[in-house]
Design a protein around this ligand. Structure first.
Ligand SMILES: C[S@@+](CC[C@H](N)C(=O)[O-])C[C@H]1O[C@@H](n2cnc3c(N)ncnc32)[C@H](O)[C@@H]1O
Length: 279
């Protein structure tokens, strides 16, 4: 029985990986457009906290189209080295189009099995909660830092971004005449998405000097930005189940739903968790 359940969980984890990869493969083109409003400001703050120095070796895990990998590569300079790793091919291709800095090395791979070591900095902006096993994946990233090296993992705080997904779910249900999706099963991230609980979890990872910076941010939901939030992020995955000729109706229903709820600002606050690898 236990073996069967573990097998089942393994398959579910694989399905989830495939789903996440599919969502970001589809979102890649719009992801860069949303970057100016969302990924860029978040990553700029995270890189400022990571503070890569000239000549350092950096791993940027779940790099997307490079919102944090590119500024890190600029900071480490020509004598430094940044490995930027993402499991979505179209995202990595997008990054390759945006930067040709020789110190920035792009890789299409699952970073939870990435094998390299002795990074001065291991950073991941809005990536670690996608790992099938968030704790094991994060522990793996920490193991890639050199002893004394810095790790910087950014996650959403609390209900950040959630309202957009809720209104999208309502719009899809209305347009496709299907039930409103059930809330997703509870995930570790739901228990550690506040500064104090996140700091505790990072400390349990064996890190020293743990600190969490709160980066308060709101997105002004003009119709253009509100739709980019869907098509240029992981929410895009929900649209893959919508027939192509119904997507425009979903867009207008979603925008109406936001307007009726008076949602003009979307919370996009992040928690930037830092620590140092002990031996
Ligand atoms: C929300 S995006 C963030 C991208 C980028 N760090 C940024 O801040 O703009 C999350 C990214 O994590 C990537 N990702 C999720 N799980 C991954 C894994 N196991 N290995 C590599 N990349 C992964 C997705 O493909 C996606 O590009």
């Amino acid at each position: 029985m236990i073996v069967a359940r573990e097998r089942n969980e393994e398959f579910m984890a694989e399905d989830r990986q495939t789903e996440i990869r599919g969502a970001f493969d589809a979102a890649a083109a719009d992801f860069t457009a949303l970057g100016r409003h969302l990924w860029g400001p978040i990553a700029t703050r995270a890189v400022a906290v990571a503070d890569p120095k000239p000549g350092e070796r950096v791993l940027d895990a779940c790099c997307g189209t490079g919102a944090s990998a590119i500024p890190a590569a600029e900071l480490v300079g020509p004598n430094g080295h940044v490995d930027a790793v993402d499991m979505s091919g179209p995202m990595v291709d997008g990054l390759r189009r945006l930067s040709d800095l020789p110190q920035l090395h792009t890789h299409h791979a699952d970073v939870t099995t990435w094998q390299a070591e002795s990074y001065d900095v291991v950073q991941s902006a809005l990536g670690i909660f996608f790992f099938p096993d968030m704790t094991a994946g994060t522990d793996h990233l920490i193991s890639l830092a050199r002893p004394g090296g810095r790790v910087v993992f950014t996650i959403w705080r609390g209900e950040s971004m959630v309202a957009a997904g809720r209104h999208l779910g309502l719009a899809i249900a209305e347009v496709t005449n299907t039930p409103v999706p059930a809330p997703r099963p509870e995930h570790l991230i739901d228990r550690i998405n506040q500064a104090d609980t996140y700091a505790e979890w990072l400390t349990e990872r064996g890190l020293a000097d743990v600190d969490v910076t709160v980066h308060e941010m709101t997105l002004t939901m003009t119709p253009e930005v509100a739709w980019l939030v869907i098509v240029g992020s992981g929410f895009r995955g929900a649209l893959t189940k919508v027939p192509a000729d119904a997507v425009e109706a979903v867009r207008t229903t979603y925008l109406t739903s936001l307007r009726d709820a008076g949602l003009t600002e979307l919370d996009a606050t992040t928690l930037i968790g830092t620590g140092r690898r002990v031996a």
